[in-house]
Unconditional design. Structure first.
Length: 180
């Protein structure tokens, strides 16, 4: 019997958007088991703590149609991506690409990771054009300013954002939607 093909889809998922979910659905078709790795990434100053991001992603996975949820596992990780990949027996790392904006960063990361472990392939997937432009960063900025995020995230995630921005603890980190 051939070994099951394990893939990981790593990211910050702060919070998970419809773009991420689209990539998850596509990735699940390519592998037997998909591990979604939620990076702690404290350096990025995430809006949601790691445990909550994991919980939110699990909730989204549980809502996937077509029974894919059974083959998908969501785990936090804090280590080097390649070490995490090895620890779960992954042979494939899945990343999403949005237009040209992600290319430079993803290209560098893929090359450096390939040097660290040439046995693991990095596969890039594109979300459907409806979701291509969505980024967690803009979703947070729109949410922080009281805008409607329902086109970009699930109703569950929208409710989490609303709750988070309603709490006095969470100050928007940026004042307006602005290009960097
Ligand atoms: P990271 O901090 O690793 O960039 P993100 O959660 O922002 O984490 O993204 C995880 C992965 O999902 C990245 O490969 C990113 O390019 C991809 N991604 C995010 N949003 C989209 C989208 N709308 N369409 C396609 N890929 C996406």
């Amino acid at each position: 019997m051939t070994e099951p093909r394990v893939g990981i889809y790593p990211g910050t998922f702060d919070p998970i958007t419809n773009g991420h979910s689209d990539i998850i659905r596509r990735a699940a078709r390519l592998v037997d088991r998909l591990v979604i790795g939620v990076a702690r990434n404290d350096g990025k100053g995430p809006l949601f703590p790691t445990e909550e991001r994991v919980e939110i992603v699990r909730d989204e996975v549980a809502h996937l149609e077509n029974g894919d949820a059974e083959r998908i596992e969501v785990r936090p990780f804090d280590s080097l991506l390649m070490h995490f990949a090895q620890s779960v027996g992954a042979k494939v790392i899945i990343r999403g690409l949005r237009a040209v904006s992600d290319f430079e960063y993803e290209f560098q990361m893929a090359n450096m990771n390939a040097q660290l472990n040439p046995e693991i392939e990095i596969v890039f997937l594109m979300a459907s054009d409806r979701y291509q432009f969505i980024s967690s960063r803009f979703v947070k900025e729109i949410g922080a300013l009281g805008g409607d995020v329902s086109h970009f995230v699930s109703p569950r995630v929208a409710a989490r954002l609303l709750a988070r921005f309603a709490s006095p603890r969470s100050k928007p980190r940026r004042r307006a939607v602005a290009a960097e």
